[in-house]
Design a protein around this ligand. Sequence first.
Ligand SMILES: Cc1cc2nc3c(=O)[nH]c(=O)nc-3n(C[C@H](O)[C@H](O)[C@H](O)COP(=O)(O)OP(=O)(O)OC[C@H]3O[C@@H](n4cnc5c(N)ncnc54)[C@H](O)[C@@H]3O)c2cc1C
Length: 304
Amino acid sequence: MKNWKFIDIYLKSKNLIFKEKEVLAPYTTIKIGGPCMRMIFPKSVEELIDLLVFLEREEVPYFILGGGSNLLVGDKGFEGVIINLRKLEGIKIIKKEKNKLVIKALAGTSINKLVSFGFKEGFSGLEFLVGVPATLGGAIKMNAGAFNSSVSEVVKKVELYKNGEVKVVSSSSDLWGYRWFKEEGVILSAELELLKKEREKIWLRMKSFIEKRKKTQPFLERTFGSVFKNPPCCYAGWFIEACGLKGFQIGRAKISEKHANFIVNLGGARAEEVIKLIQKAQEEVYLRFQTFLEPEVKFLGCNL
Ligand SMILES: Cc1cc2nc3c(=O)[nH]c(=O)nc-3n(C[C@H](O)[C@H](O)[C@H](O)COP(=O)(O)OP(=O)(O)OC[C@H]3O[C@@H](n4cnc5c(N)ncnc54)[C@H](O)[C@@H]3O)c2cc1C
C-alpha cells in the first residue's frame, strides 16, 4: 500500500501537474480503461527525469503513456502512476542542408505535428504515419511502420533514461526489428533526419496514405490499430478472416468488418470483452492453421 499523500506532497513541491484517480479510457484511442492512482504530466525532460528518479527510489509502479494508440487498459485500471507525456513536446531544427533536415523532438510530440513540420519545411520522412494518433516516443518504442516504411528509417539518435542514467544511442540496424526497439528505458527525445522533397509531392503522399487507410481500415473508429503482429508468412488479418471472424462481436467489442486485424469499440465496450475477442481469434487461428498470433497491442492492468 503506497502512501499517496506523501507522493502528492512531492508532486506539489515540484510544481508537477497531476490528476488523482484519473480514468484512463479518454487517454486511449479505443476509449477503454479504468482509473490510475495518479496521472502526471511532466513538461520538460528535467521534470521527467526527476520524477522517474523519485518514483524508482520510492518503488512506485509507473507506466509511460504516449498517445495511447496501441494500448488496452483493464477495466479496473492501474494501481500506480501514469506518466502522460503529451505535454513533453517540441521540435527544434539541429541542422538544415540543401537536401537534408535534422530535427530533435521531445518524446511526447505527436507524429502528426512532426509530419506537418516536415511538410511546412519541405522535407519528407514520416508521412507513412500521417493520421496515426501516436507520439514520437511510442512510435519509436513500437518501431511503428506502414506502407513498407518504418520509424527506424528516420530516427538517427535516441535519448533514453534508464536506472538513473541518461544516454544517447545512435541508430543502427541491430537496434530495430518488426514492431520493437531493442533499448529499454524511457525515451526522452530523438533526432530525426528528413529528406528534401517538393511540398506538392509530400502533400500527395499524405493524401494517398490517408485515403488508403480510410478504404481498408476502420481508421476513424475507436480502435488501437492492429491487434496482432503479422506472422512471418502472411497477414494476421487474413488468418482471422479465413476463420470467419470478421464482424464477430462480444458485448460492445467487435472484430472490424473492414479489416479483421482491428477490434472496434462500438461504444461502452469493456477490456474484458476485447480480451475475449483476442483469445477467440488466437484459438480459432491456432486450431485451423497451427499459427500463434502474437498481440501487437500492449496491455496494462488486464487479466490475461
Ligand atoms: C487508427 C490507428 C492507426 C494505426 N496505424 C498504425 C500503423 O500504421 N503502424 C503501426 O506500427 N502502428 C499503428 N497504430 C498503432 C500505434 O499508433 C503505434 O503502435 C504507435 O507507435 C503507438 O504510439 P503511442 O504514442 O500511442 O504509444 P502508447 O500506445 O501510448 O504506448 C505504446 C507502448 O509504448 C510505450 N511508450 C510510449 N512512449 C514511450 C516513451 N517515451 N518511452 C518508452 N516507452 C514508451 C508505452 O509504455 C507502451 O508500452 C495505429 C493505431 C491507431 C489507433
